[in-house]
Design a protein around this ligand. Structure first.
Ligand code: SF4
Length: 470
């Protein structure tokens, strides 16, 4: 029935793969941090909701006209996101390759000569059969692909996003669009985080290249870079924890511990979460964001420096928080890190609203949406920012309680080395990076050395109660 909605785990969650995800309606994902494994550990296979019939199925809001006006604005301004509609997030493949920010072979190069073979444009012109959407969104950035041969790909699982193409593709040296479409379908069907899946396969390929993962352990698989059949076989093996898949299902941090200290040098993760498909040597503040994110390396509640290097819509919206000039993509200037503070906390606020990050609404419009839904008349964008700060700080307290410290706000050593084949890549400066992390703590009202929220900050955010439960 169209009235039923589901949030399910697949075999990956049942087998407690550390990066199993939760799949909504087959092609939408709570992709990161292994929530599928948590559900699997609790023997919770899924949740299904049945919408009531008629008016009872509609959500009550305080000001329906206000909500409709904001929705209508989006419909009238689709030109702002026409690239996203046309190519989906996969539109990023060629632009990132051009700037040298496409992670190739486990972040060892920033571009390669195969990007066009599986780009958003190539997907649109070959296997795309439909553009899908999330509930009530006019942008329709979701892909639906279908294929009969050489692999059968079921359209009910949607189609690959940029992150999936990049992680299972360039990160592993694979450029076969059909194999990538199949791998995307399998990660969706099995309930795997496609970013971490690609990252752990790339890790295995580098381990094999360095002689740390021999043929016995590989179980007969050829772990050469670019082997699409191996990539597909490993997706399956990971979901069902078969052979080498059982080790890789533990994620790169644990797998590296098993393979020995030499492997830890190229186990690319932060707080156990594999790095997403954005290069911190091209966007330096993004690297700080990976390090300080409460959920480990994350590209969504993070700032992409390139968005503020031109007079973009993001840059215009930033003027809401103060007067900001254009920013360099490299370095950690104080003004840029102040912008980072506003940007990241606003992302946390959007996550609390369950608001898509791709929609080009201003902070004021988003606060107006909260007012229209809730009827809270004096709720403005500053209050919304405080919601984000509160969520971010509460996450910090939870991490501290679980044993994380400032020492975990780090980046893998690879990002402090030069990036080959990159027009705009530049190694991060370790001292500047450490200063930027400390400055971020200060802006957050956390102790600049320990990263622990100060009592005054907790009081200001109404979180004193949470500190008592640490
Ligand atoms: S809500 Fe966001 S992700 Fe979903 S279709 Fe719209 S723009 Fe795309």
């Amino acid at each position: 029935s169209e009235r039923v909605r589901t949030a399910l785990i697949g075999p990956a969650g049942e087998n407690r793969v550390r990066f199993a995800c939760v799949v909504q309606d087959r092609s939408h994902f709570a992709g990161r941090t292994g929530m599928g494994a948590v559900m699997g550990a609790k023997n919770l296979k899924g949740i299904a909701a049945l919408a009531p019939v008629g008016a009872g199925g509609r959500m009550e809001v305080a000001d329906p006209t206000g909500v409709a006006a904001i929705q209508k604005w989006m419909g009238q301004n689709l030109n702002l996101v026409k690239g996203l509609h046309d190519l989906g997030t996969a539109g990023g493949i060629l632009s990132l390759n051009g700037s040298g920010g496409l992670p190739v072979r486990n972040f060892r190069a920033g571009s390669w000569d195969r990007a066009e073979e599986y780009s958003g444009e190539r997907m649109r012109d070959t296997i795309l059969v439909k553009r899908d959407t999330c509930a009530a969104c006019a942008v329709r950035c979701k892909r639906v692909v279908e294929l009969e041969t050489p692999y059968r790909v079921d359209r009910r699982y949607g189609g690959p996003e940029y992150e999936s193409l990049s992680a299972l593709g360039n990160l592993c040296g694979v450029s076969d669009l059909y194999a990538l479409a199949k791998a995307n379908e399998l990660t969706a069907a099995y309930g795997l985080d496609s970013i971490s899946t690609g990252a752990v396969i790339a890790f295995a390929m580098e381990a094999a290249e360095r002689g740390l993962l021999g043929p016995d352990r590989a179980g007969g698989l050829d772990l050469s870079w670019g082997n699409a059949e191996t990539m597909l076989a490993l997706v399956e093996a990971i979901a069902f924890r078969r052979g080498l898949g059982d080790l890789l299902a533990e994620g790169v941090a644990r797998a590296a511990r098993e393979l020995g200290p030499e492997a830890e040098a190229f186990a690319l993760h932060v707080k156990g979460q594999e790095i997403p498909m954005h290069e911190p040597r091209v966007k330096h503040a993004l690297g700080v964001g990976y390090a300080v994110s409460p959920t480990g390396a994350d590209h969504m509640h993070n700032m992409h420096d390139t968005a503020y290097a031109t007079r973009s819509r993001s840059w215009e919206h930033a003027q809401t928080w103060g007067s900001f000039g254009l920013q360099e993509i490299h370095g950690f200037a104080e003004e840029k890190m102040r912008l980072f503070y506003y940007h990241v906390n606003f992302r946390h606020a959007q996550d609390s609203m369950v608001m898509c990050h791709f929609l080009p609404y201003s902070p004021e419009q988003q606060a107006a949406l909260v007012r229209a839904v809730t009827g809270w008349e004096d709720f403005d964008h500053w209050e919304l920012l405080r919601v984000g700060e509160r969520a971010n700080t509460l996450s910090r307290l939870i991490n501290l309680r679980q044993g994380f410290t400032a020492a975990d706000d780090r980046l893998p050593a690879r990002f402090f080395e030069e990036l080959p084949a990159s027009r705009t890549g530049k190694a991060l400066d370790p001292e500047g990076f450490a200063r930027a992390v400390r400055y971020y703590y200060e802006l957050m009202g956390w102790d600049p050395e320990t990263g622990v929220p100060t009592p005054a900050t907790l009081e200001r955010l109404g979180l004193a109660w949470a500190a008592e439960r640490r």
